[in-house]
Design a protein around this ligand. Structure first.
Ligand SMILES: [Zn+2]
Length: 98
């Protein structure tokens, strides 16, 4: 079982996310007259601007990575509990009857 989108009720295995990547660098004109970009590389992701969306309906579900991760994780934990309980029931059934 996978998490279910609270908006469209579709089963989703993952969330899409998007965020602003700030880029920085310098631009100059080289000896041939062409512009020359020198990037400092991508600066750190700015987490405040991150949004997590449902891949099915594209609705924004979370704006916080902790929330998004726990949304994906909680189901796994629940699933584990269910599997554990099922195993216990099985064990009980496998036990020889007195
Ligand atoms: Zn959805």
């Amino acid at each position: 079982m996978c998490p279910i989108c609270p908006k469209c009720k579709e089963i989703i295995e993952y969330l899409s996310y998007s965020s602003c990547n700030y880029r920085g660098g310098t631009i100059s004109i080289d000896e041939k007259g062409f512009e020359e970009y020198e990037e400092d590389g991508n600066l750190d992701l700015i987490n405040q601007d991150i949004t997590f969306n449902c891949p099915e309906c594209n609705e924004e579900l979370f704006t916080d990575d902790d929330e998004a991760i726990s949304f994906l994780k909680e189901v796994d934990e629940l699933q584990e509990v269910v599997v554990e309980k099922l195993n216990k029931i099985k064990e009980k059934n496998d036990m020889p009857k007195m």
